[in-house]
Design a protein around this ligand. Structure first.
Ligand SMILES: C[S@@+](CC[C@H](N)C(=O)[O-])C[C@H]1O[C@@H](n2cnc3c(N)ncnc32)[C@H](O)[C@@H]1O
Length: 693
């Protein structure tokens, strides 16, 4: 299950607030931006396996600083009368017949009115925003589940928006977690409905809120269904049926129940001991989930666990209720008080402790989720966590209370959620190439090399390659092109001539691709050289493996070319702009090796984004009334050089290769493939911080 969260601006909900399992995408402001981003993100996703959520600030007459759920969406600023009433798009039924009933989703919620203007006079209890309708429409048209949550930042006052728009973060974080839990676990009793307004309750404050585990606990039924969703067969056994409250919510192919109280109508109206002795051996099947919720006395629970293990299918799970009593009284056995008045869990917790202590902890993963009275989980999967508590004479409540985390291997529902739904993402390689025109003396078309690179790369790597293929025409359509199209050419000499905009493509394309790549993806740039015309002839995986390990490789160096060779990067003033307030000895620096950036690779992460943003910043930086970019090599070589030294980033160095040879995109791969194997130690030794060379 993938959870996609669309937010217009990072300030409204910064990435670090979201649980790892949630993929946040920032759309930018307005309907068009939101539609572009939502289509890009959702185009290859499976609606049956994806939840789409939108969150953001909004204006309304409703109370400020509260979060409301929206379930209907209209466009506030469309007016095509008489072809359709205001707020409705005419002729939609021709193109999107499944939208004929409007953009609404199941569950309660208000109406969100989306428009490309800031609403200064909100009416009724409409909620005004600038993105939700677009995302909702895409979701509705393509069958995605969608919910939108709006934080009322203002009643139409732009100053209020500025002040408040980022104030809903903490509350929404809680709502998001609860909501996602209830959705990820199919058929949850809470699935699909979140009251309006939805207010955060604070963390899981059981003491003060008397058995309330946050806004929406993970109930036993949620957990049972969750595990049943994962198993091939779906055979369920509940020990202790009572009023079937849980049982009725369970979705399984075979549903058996055991309870000696015949008024419960359990399939097997006997004690669990008798069931396992007399009936279970005759069954033709075993169970995938067994829920132990019968007699809450530890001796009985011990027996229920060991019997259940015998009737569990491979891959099956045992769940136990009432594992985390909050008071001494609630775990007292026998219960010498009115359990209906005070609540009672019995001493099931001791069975969890004993099971962890006595059974090879390496064979069973045993833990308790801090929700719904403590949900115990025993998974026979050869992965366990050693019990770190001291041996004790008597298992009393004080011992539990002091050592809950260790005794029960207690985790919060958020931790559980993280473990279960964290995706294992394989990084993709984003391959950037650019080619335009012909070589000045040979007339060779750069696009010929570009084509060879593109045609060969996928056969040389097991990583999925995403292509970003450019020429001048495609550059001219990039949002940043207007900034650089009038940049002056550098140097007058025909030989060294550099067009301003052609200098810009590396930095801006790299920045752009890093922005859209998923965290952890690799962004790989290679020149379409007129000298090194071969396709990729070497396998690239050792190189990508190293980049995944190190985070980047910023081109290569050769001993024959220094910053001051051929005046390539010898302007000390520019060094001092990029290295401000430093005592660095520039004379020495100029004698260090000059980096050739004919190819480089960055993994998407915060440090690399900072590096590339700085690269772009200096590119545009005005110096002597002109952008720094006017210098020969300043952008596509010199600034890059200076930053690699400044950040201490790694470059490839093989003393057999001279500067020119490093322009060969096959060179680094040749060297790495000459190693005996791809152990990281073998790969590491070819990459250096150039300051150390
Ligand atoms: C806590 S209730 C079960 C609640 C139910 N599982 C639910 O989630 O709604 C405990 C039930 O266990 C049953 N019980 C008591 N002793 C039992 C035993 N030895 N074997 C099986 N069930 C037993 C009781 O009759 C009672 O109905």
């Amino acid at each position: 299950m993938r959870v996609i969260l669309f937010v217009a601006l990072p300030s409204e909900f910064p990435k670090e607030y979201a649980n790892d399992a949630i993929e946040i995408h920032y759309t930018g402001v307005g309907k068009v931006n939101a539609a572009i981003k939502a289509s890009q993100v959702l185009k290859d996703l499976d609606p049956a396996n994806t939840i789409v959520i939108n969150y953001g600030s909004a204006g309304s007459n409703l109370e400020k600083n509260k979060i409301y759920k929206c379930a209907s969406f209209i466009q506030g600023d469309i007016d095509a009368e008489p072809f359709a009433p205001k707020t409705q798009t005419p002729f939609d039924e021709l193109i999107y017949p499944n939208l004929k009933d409007g953009i609404t989703f199941p569950g309660t919620g208000l109406t969100c009115c989306t428009q490309d203007m800031f609403e200064k006079n909100p009416v009724g209890d409409y909620i005004y925003d600038m993105e939700a309708y677009s995302i909702a429409k895409i979701c509705k048209a393509n069958g995605f589940y969608f919910a939108s949550f709006k934080f009322i930042s203002d009643n139409g006052n732009t100053d209020d928006w500025e002040k408040n728009h980022n104030q809903g973060v903490a509350t929404f974080k809680e709502i998001l977690e609860s909501l996602v839990i209830s959705f990820l676990i199919k058929n949850s009793p809470d699935g699909g409905t979140v009251d309006t307004p939805v207010l955060g309750t604070g963390a899981e404050r059981r003491e003060s809120s008397n058995l309330s585990w946050g806004t929406k606990p993970l109930w036993a039924a949620n957990l049972i269904n969750h595990y049943l969703n994962k198993t091939k067969t779906k055979n369920y056994l509940e020990i202790g049926l009572w009023n079937s409250g849980t049982f009725n919510q369970v979705n399984a192919d075979i549903k058996d129940s055991v309870d000696p109280d015949i008024s419960t109508n359990a399939k097997f109206g006997v004690t669990s001991d008798l069931f396992f002795k007399k009936y279970a051996p005759k069954l033709k099947y075993k169970y995938d989930v067994i829920f132990i919720d019968g007699l809450h006395h530890t001796d009985q629970v011990d027996k229920d666990i060991s019997n259940s293990l015998k009737y569990l299918n491979e891959g099956g799970v045992i769940l136990l209720h009432d594992c985390n009593p909050i008071s001494e009284m609630r775990q007292r056995v026998p219960a010498d008080f009115d359990i209906w008045e005070h609540g009672w869990n019995g001493d099931v917790w001791k069975s969890i402790y004993k099971f962890r202590k006595n059974n090879s902890h390496l064979k069973y993963n045993t833990f308790v989720i801090d929700s719904d009275e403590g949900l115990g989980v025993i998974i026979p999967n050869n992965v366990g966590k050693p019990l770190s508590t001291p041996d004790v004479e008597e298992l009393d409540f004080e011992f539990l209370d002091k050592n809950r985390k260790q005794v029960l291997n207690l985790i919060s529902k958020t931790e559980f959620f993280d473990r279960e739904f964290k995706k294992e993402k394989k990084p993709k390689v984003h391959f950037i190439t650019f080619a335009e025109g012909t070589h000045r003396s040979t007339g060779y078309k750069f696009s010929e090399t570009q084509k060879k690179l593109i045609d060969s790369i996928q056969s040389k790597t097991k990583y999925e390659v995403v292509f970003h293929t450019h020429n001048l025409n495609s550059l001219s359509m990039q949002p940043w092109f207007y900034k650089v199209k009038d940049y002056p050419s550098t140097f007058d000499s025909e030989w060294w001539k550099r067009d301003g905009y052609l200098c810009a493509y590396k930095v801006f394309l790299t920045k752009q691709v890093l922005d859209i790549a998923d965290e952890g993806d690799l962004v790989y740039y290679t020149d379409s050289s007129a000298y090194y015309k071969d396709p990729f002839v070497e396998n690239l995986d050792r190189f990508f493996k190293y980049v995944e390990y190190n985070g980047h490789v910023c081109g290569a160096v050769g001993t024959d070319c220094r910053h001051n060779s051929f005046g390539c990067c010898d302007n000390k003033e520019i060094w001092s702009i990029i290295y401000p307030n430093t005592t660095i000895d520039f004379e020495k620096m100029l004698n260090k090796m000059h980096i050739v950036a004919s190819w480089f690779c960055f993994q998407k992460n915060e440090t690399n984004k900072k590096f590339v943003d700085e690269w772009a910043k200096w590119f545009e930086y005005e110096y002597d009334g002109l952008p720094l970019a006017r210098y020969h090599h300043t952008v596509d070589q010199s600034i890059f050089n200076m930053l690699v030294y400044k950040y201490g980033f790694k470059v490839f160095f093989d003393d057999k290769n001279y500067h020119e040879e490093n322009k060969n995109h096959n060179a680094v791969h040749q060297t790495l493939n000459s190693e005996k194997n791809d152990n990281i130690e073998n790969l590491k030794k070819w990459f250096y911080n150039p300051n150390d060379l």
